[in-house]
Design a binder for this molecule. Structure first.
Ligand SMILES: N[C@@H](CCC(=O)N[C@@H](CS)C(=O)NCC(=O)O)C(=O)O
Length: 236
């Protein structure tokens, strides 16, 4: 959702990242650090139920993160934010080579449109039985475990293979090329969340990829500035 208030007079203000702990907004910090852009972070803390706090609705009617504020503009949806920052402020950085344009397009959209819904379902199916009265737990654990192994896991297996094969081909970034592009900023959160699950089917190329991202100084700076981010600690 993009909303605009009255124009802000004077100098162009810094970008503000509305950042939720342990969330997708970490990918925006990584991008801004790679591009060496000035920005401010407004931090929000998840509630005990792991939801975003209500204050986020002031900048995003859906109440979730990430959101950026750029002058009068509030922009949500991480894919939109990543593309907006690269197009408006990237000065030619983070662009795929000609040979990587289609891969970049595909993985930039695939991350949130196809992969994340499956991973979120997997998480929800695991969490539901943990949050009901104890006498219902064994029953719901069985039901949701069965749903997950029949509906989610076989699909995730196909996704894991596709990504592994792709990374074996590009042997670097999702779009090939010398530096991360929007596809990488979009894919990293899904892969980090996935690899942090006890049971995952991720292969060596995916794990190498995550380690490559984690080793980047810009990623490290983003971690330092963003604070709590459990997904960077996942053992590979
Ligand atoms: N597709 C959206 C998903 C946004 C989303 O679900 N964000 C999560 C953080 S990872 C959130 O704010 N969750 C807390 C909540 O919805 O209350 C995006 O990529 O920005």
């Amino acid at each position: 959702m993009a909303t605009e208030d009255a124009a802000t007079p004077g100098n162009h203000p810094k970008l503000v990242v509305h950042h939720l702990n342990n969330s997708r907004s970490q990918r925006i910090l990584w991008l801004l650090e790679e591009l060496e852009l000035p920005y401010e972070i407004k931090k929000y803390q998840r509630t005990a139920e792991m939801l975003a706090p209500p204050e986020l609705t002031a900048v995003n009617p859906l109440g979730n993160a990430p959101v950026i504020t750029d002058g009068a503009l509030n922009l949500a949806e991480s894919g939109a934010i990543v593309e907006y920052i690269i197009q408006k402020y990237g000065k030619g950085r983070a662009q795929p080579l000609e040979s990587g344009i289609i891969d970049n397009l595909y993985y930039t959209h695939y991350a949130e449109a196809s992969l994340m819904p499956l991973l979120v379902n997997k998480l929800v199916f695991r969490i539901i039985p943990e949050r009901v009265p104890f006498f219902l737990r064994p029953f719901l654990k069985g039901v949701f475990g069965m749903l997950s192994s029949k509906m989610i896991e076989p699909r995730l297996k196909l996704h894991a293979k596709m990504i592994e094969d792709h990374l074996a081909k590009t042997d670097g970034w999702f779009a090939g090329g010398p530096e991360p592009t929007s596809a990488d900023y979009m894919m990293i959160f899904a892969l980090e969340a996935w690899v942090s699950e006890k049971e995952n089917q991720l292969g060596p190329k995916i794990k190498e990829y995550i380690a490559r991202v984690h080793a980047r100084p810009a990623y490290q700076r983003a971690l330092e500035k963003g604070g709590e981010y459990a997904y960077a600690k996942a053992s590979l």
